[in-house]
Ligand binder design. Structure first.
Ligand SMILES: [Zn+2]
Length: 171
């Protein structure tokens, strides 16, 4: 008989997004994104991870030389430099077609990532939290997603926690 408590595809991919977020050096917000092939993706089996990303600076922009601050002069903050998780995941796909793909991300995407998501051909965004729903950034994002016909799904996870234990002797 098969093990009953295996994780669902949705929890698996959201878990990958959360794991990618652990790579972020941002002291205040760690976000990860996982792009997965959908049923209509040409040349890809469904449920294949196409790309992962997390919020960070572009290649060559060293974390020790660029600021992670949120306040101060614009050039002394992270904002002009940081690449959000969703955009990084799209760019990390390195030319792979994302048409018909799904994007898993913990936080509802901002308007800038929204534009990149739409233009890449991703047609579904699956998220956990929409805590900035009242901000203009998220309102703009939803307006564009709706106009472009991108499906928005708030994930109801089947498990509240996934624990990774590197102590494999315990398996
Ligand atoms: Zn963004």
């Amino acid at each position: 008989m098969k093990r009953p408590d295996y994780i669902s595809w949705d929890d698996y991919f959201m878990g990958m997004a959360l794991l990618a977020a652990k790579r972020s050096k941002d002291p205040s917000t760690q976000v990860g994104a996982c792009i997965v092939s959908g049923e209509e993706c040409v040349g890809q089996r469904p449920n294949t991870i196409l790309s992962l990303g997390y919020n960070g600076f572009p290649i060559g922009c060293k974390d020790d030389h660029f600021p992670w601050d949120r306040e101060g002069n614009f050039l002394d903050t992270k904002y002009p430099f940081v690449v959000h998780a969703e955009l990084n995941a799209i760019l990390n796909a390195q030319g792979k077609s994302l048409v018909g793909a799904k994007l898993y991300v913990a936080l509802f995407p901002c308007n800038e990532c929204c534009k990149a998501i739409i233009q890449s051909g991703i047609n579904e965004v699956i998220y956990l939290s929409d805590k900035y729903a009242q901000t203009d950034v998220v309102k703009a994002s939803k307006k564009m997603f709706e106009a472009a016909g991108v499906k928005l799904t708030r994930l109801e996870t089947q498990t509240s926690k996934i624990v990774l234990d590197f102590n494999v002797e315990m398996i």
